[in-house]
Ligand binder design. Structure first.
Ligand code: ADP
Ligand code: ADP
Length: 232
């Protein structure tokens, strides 16, 4: 569903050039749960953001559902991004002074969906993450695990095909982290949502279909992730 061919990403600052992605070839297959591991600064977030059309490669080719996205306008890219992807971050990125329900509705406001339908959709997403009893709480009134579930509901509300999660359990204790992981596993298996997740935690990564190991912008170990592989 998402293919990167020979993708490079170079960050150019005044004195320094960083090759964050170095000749990346990767094929993300529909329905899979993939994790990305590797030392700090090796390019994990850049890879995730590139897959999610938040970062543009310096060169190389990117295909979404077989279509090249290299020459899309910013507007076309953001439409495709909003339709296809939901994002989850380590620090939740919730709006502090908005109640849970309003946080989850936000992506729908940008899609011009009417209030009544927005509320229904947001409640349905919150039901999926088991938070229907916290609709009118503020994020500050929730535990870390509950905040992350709100963030996952916000990612789900637009019915994305893919969830991209950057260290979703990074701020949670082991037990909370495992619960979030169970929720992601369930969304992957029951709702067939493809998930790509960055994590530092080997036991969390071990629960995914496979692990991409990165170092210095390169993918070290990549079983069965080439295009036309025999893996099913
Ligand atoms: P990771 O997620 O594995 O910690 P990142 O993808 O965040 O790594 O970063 C990869 C490399 O690119 C790092 O060396 C980082 O310093 C550099 N980098 C990331 N974002 C930028 C940026 N906006 N400008 C310049 N360099 C950046
Ligand atoms: P955890 O141990 O999981 O981090 P907390 O001890 O933070 O959880 O919270 C336990 C419960 O109390 C949660 O269900 C949360 O919703 C509720 N809670 C926490 N802080 C507040 C608050 N300031 N106002 C209302 N409810 C709160």
């Amino acid at each position: 569903m998402i293919t990167l061919r020979n993708v490079n990403k170079i960050y150019q600052t005044e004195h320094l050039q960083t090759k964050a992605l170095n000749a990346i070839n990767l094929h993300v297959e529909k329905g899979k749960f993939i994790s990305i591991m590797g030392p700090s600064g090796c390019g994990k977030s850049t890879l995730l953001n590139t897959i999610g059309l938040l970062d543009t490669p310096t060169d190389g080719e990117m295909l979404v559902d077989g279509q090249s996205v290299t020459h899309l306008s910013d507007r076309q890219l953001s439409q495709l991004r909003n339709r296809k992807f939901g994002f989850v971050f380590q620090n939740y990125h919730l709006i502090h002074d908005l109640p849970v329900l309003d946080n989850v509705e936000l992506p729908l406001i940008y899609r011009n969906i009417k209030t009544k339908q927005r509320i229904e959709m947001a409640k349905a997403a919150l039901q999926k993450v088991g938070l229907t009893n916290r609709l009118y709480h503020l994020p500050s009134q929730l535990s870390g695990g509950q905040r992350q579930r709100v963030a996952i509901a916000r990612a789900l509300v637009g019915n994305p095909e893919v969830i991209l999660a950057d260290e979703p359990t990074g701020n949670l204790d082991t037990e909370m982290g495992e619960k979030i992981m169970e929720l992601l596993k369930q969304l992957n298996s029951t709702d067939q949502i493809t998930i790509v997740m960055v994590t530092h935690d080997p036991s969390i990564a071990g629960k995914t279909d496979y692990i991409i190991r990165m170092k210095d912008g390169i993918i070290l170990q990549k079983p069965f992730l080439e295009e036309n592989s025999t893996y099913h």
